[in-house]
Design a protein around this ligand. Structure first.
Ligand SMILES: Nc1ncnc2c1ncn2[C@@H]1O[C@H](COP(=O)(O)OS(=O)(=O)O)[C@@H](OP(=O)(O)O)[C@H]1O
Ligand SMILES: Nc1ncnc2c1ncn2[C@@H]1O[C@H](COP(=O)(O)OP(=O)(O)O)[C@@H](O)[C@H]1O
Length: 631
């Protein structure tokens, strides 16, 4: 600091006081739902512009006293904006949502502005997942539209409890209170139906500025707040059911031997040193020793605070675990009923594994069943075998590990999840956990005393799964049969599993749609695992066209036990061979979804063996497999 005269020091103190107050102002996150036609851009533009003007007016006095102030203020705004984004980034969501920041004397605001277009639903879901308030725009001339129903459904699904119903373009209906009342009545019925608790309706004209910032003289019959007054004053403190203290561990902080802290943001309840806690899912108990922050230790931390806890005991806790109050622990489960909003370009297929991210935990998950999909416009329940882009379904989920959770209605942090495609790493769904399915608790893996190694050893071999994949007619069965014969001649115990012997029995209910192929391969993978457990060498011969399911199969086996063999035959060659005449039929349009013709084949990227059936004959290729297996 330089040398100041008294006047400047006073100004500096005023600036500091102002900034402190500014820092402490509450933050409101809201989302706007509606289209450009409804006046959304005008509304946001005007809100930003007019509040900036207000804000600038207040600042003007201070700014004249201190140049520094303007830049500091800029920095604060920026940091906040970044803060707002990091929550979404943490969730792995990078979608087309613009976050804008503005501020008034009362509050700071972050508005998630979601561009329309066909991706609107998923953009909206992204913006809505952290919002406190949804501004639902309705054109006074048009009233409630299908999209109003759709947006409000997503608002309710994602747990937003406050809606500002902005009945826009009142100037175009002569500021008629009758028009406004009719729309409000209709919307209240919809909101009640959806369980949206708080609705404030405001008649406005974003274009003229009526009731946007200040109350308008054009509508003396309206006695409520302006849109901005509502946003500045609405109480969004959530009266969540008291579920007890919860801290999802984001990070284990171990700078040196003597310190082991668990960092994260308290997402429910409060905690004090000495409190008894339990770590989940392991269920180990301890007490809180210290609550550490950059500004010193605390004697209490509450929901929303980012802290580091140390415990009295040395427990093995890692990222993704949840520290919870011992007297009110969270439930732990690996099977759930959930709402899933699908955002993937490729459909959600039951049986396919995805990454599921909940809190700081990432596990593998499959949808075991789609109970029904929901028509988001009418909320009718419809039968579904898959979920397409922007569809919402009620599904059963199976996770490969148990996680600590809360129902989304009770806690957004521990009840909201996303699904990530394991190959592209794209976020393909947002979802909410509704409740745990109990049936998992009663099924335990039966322990058998004679293990796989012992069974295989008594057969003089090591158990293996050899997984042949390739187009129809590529040569899978031919080669697998030759391998089988040779193994048999050598005294080994092998077995061929192929489409013909499985699709006639176990899988006779399945056809060739994507979802049926996923289920086909899932079952075959499970059967081949049981067969290797029996000590056999299993030769699996299925087209198995999708990488995701071959990976699922691989993951059922121990390291080195699964040998993927790509029977690599160009489509032209397989088609020329046309052993069963199927390609000709497929080309003639008589067999729909034929692999290579109108259904995809995803070639392996890192198979243990690639067999070129053009360069070598079947006998030589079979020998290669034997060498890899026994060599
Ligand atoms: N639409 C369509 N697409 C591909 N294949 C078809 C189809 N319809 C019938 N067939 C016959 O079914 C055999 C493939 O079954 P798979 O169980 O191996 O297929 S998959 O792994 O589920 O994709 C396959 O046998 P192979 O030629 O031995 O591969 C075909 O003969
Ligand atoms: N190098 C090769 N390896 C395997 N099969 C071959 C080879 N060259 C020609 N073929 C012929 O290709 C056809 C493959 O059919 P098949 O084994 O039933 O394929 P898939 O089980 O993959 O559908 C057989 O008629 C086989 O004789």
């Amino acid at each position: 600091m330089g040398v100041h005269d008294n006047g400047t020091q006073d100004a500096a103190a005023a600036v500091a006081a102002y900034l402190e107050q500014h820092e402490k102002k509450g933050l409101l996150r809201f989302i706007t739902c509606g289209s450009v036609d409804d006046g959304k851009s005008t509304l946001i533009g005007r809100l930003l512009h007019d509040t900036k003007r207000l804000f600038d007016d207040q600042l003007a006095a201070l700014e004249s006293d201190s140049r520094r102030h303007g830049t500091q203020n800029g920095e604060i705004d920026f940091a906040l904006l970044v803060d707002g984004l990091s929550a979404e980034r943490e969730q792995g969501i990078t979608i087309d949502v613009a976050y804008r920041f503005f501020s008034t004397e009362q509050r700071k605001f972050i508005v998630a502005d979601c561009p329309g277009h066909e991706q609107y639903t998923r953009n909206m879901a992204t913006g809505a997942s952290t919002a406190d308030v949804a501004v639902v725009l309705v054109d006074a001339r048009k009233g409630l539209l299908t999209q109003t129903h759709r947006h409000s459904y997503i608002v309710s699904l994602l747990g937003i409890r406050h809606v500002l119903l902005a009945v826009n373009k009142m100037d175009l209906v002569d500021y008629d209170p009758g028009v406004f009342d009719a729309i409000v009545e209709g919307y209240r019925a919809l909101a009640a139906d959806l369980g949206i608790e708080h609705v404030q309706a405001v008649p406005l004209s974003a274009l003229k500025g009526d009731n946007l910032i200040e109350r308008s003289a054009a509508m003396p019959w309206y006695e409520g707040p302006s849109a901005l007054e509502y946003l500045e004053s609405v109480d969004v403190s959530r009266t969540d059911r008291d579920i007890g203290f919860r801290l999802p561990v984001q990070w284990v902080n171990r700078p040196h031997q003597d310190f082991r802290g668990f960092a994260g943001t308290v997402c429910a309840g409060e905690v004090r040193p000495g409190d008894a806690v339990v770590t989940l899912p392991s269920g180990r108990r301890s007490q809180v020793a210290r609550i550490v922050t950059a500004d010193g230790d605390l004697d209490r931390a509450v929901a929303g605070q980012a802290v580091t806890l140390t415990l009295d005991d040395e427990l093995d806790i890692s990222r993704g675990d949840v520290i919870a109050s011992a007297s009110q622990p969270a439930e732990v489960s690996d099977q759930f009923s959930a709402h899933v909003l699908w955002m993937g370009e490729q459909a959600l297929l039951p049986g396919r594994p995805y990454w599921l991210k909940i809190g700081a935990r990432q596990v593998s998950a499959t949808v075991t069943e789609i109970k029904h999909k929901v028509d988001v416009n009418t909320r009718d329940e419809l039968a579904a075998k898959h979920l397409a882009l922007n569809e919402v379904g009620v599904c059963n989920l199976h996770l490969d590990q148990p996680v600590a959770f809360e129902a989304y209605a009770d806690n957004r942090s521990l009840g909201g999840f996303i699904l990530i495609d394991r190959i592209s790493n794209a976020t393909v769904a947002a979802g909410t956990l509704d409740f745990a399915l109990r049936r998992a608790a009663n099924i335990h893996w039966q322990h058998v005393d004679v293990d796989k190694t012992a069974r295989a050893a008594s057969k003089g071999q090591v158990a293996r799964c050899v997984w042949f994949t390739g187009l129809s007619g590529s040569g899978k069965s031919t080669i697998a049969n030759l391998v089988d014969k040779r193994l048999h001649a050598l005294g080994h115990h092998a077995f061929v599993l192929d489409g013909d012997n499985v699709r006639h029995g176990l899988n006779k209910d399945l056809g060739f749609t994507d979802e049926d192929r996923v289920e086909n391969i899932r079952r075959v993978a499970e059967v081949s695992r049981l067969m290797t457990d029996a000590g056999l060498i299993v030769l699996v011969s299925f087209i198995s066209p999708f990488r995701a399911e071959r990976r699922l199969a691989r993951e059922l086996f121990a390291e080195g036990e699964f040998i993927e063999v790509h029977v690599d035959t160009p489509l032209e060659v397989a088609e020329q061979r046309d052993v069963k005449g199927l390609y000709a039929k497929a080309r003639a349009g008589k067999i729909p979804n034929f692999t290579g013709i109108d259904s995809p084949y995803e070639a392996p990227e890192a198979a243990e063996l690639t067999l070129d059936t053009v360069a070598e004959d079947a006998e030589a290729l079979a020998q290669r497999v034997i060498d890899r297996l026994l060599g």
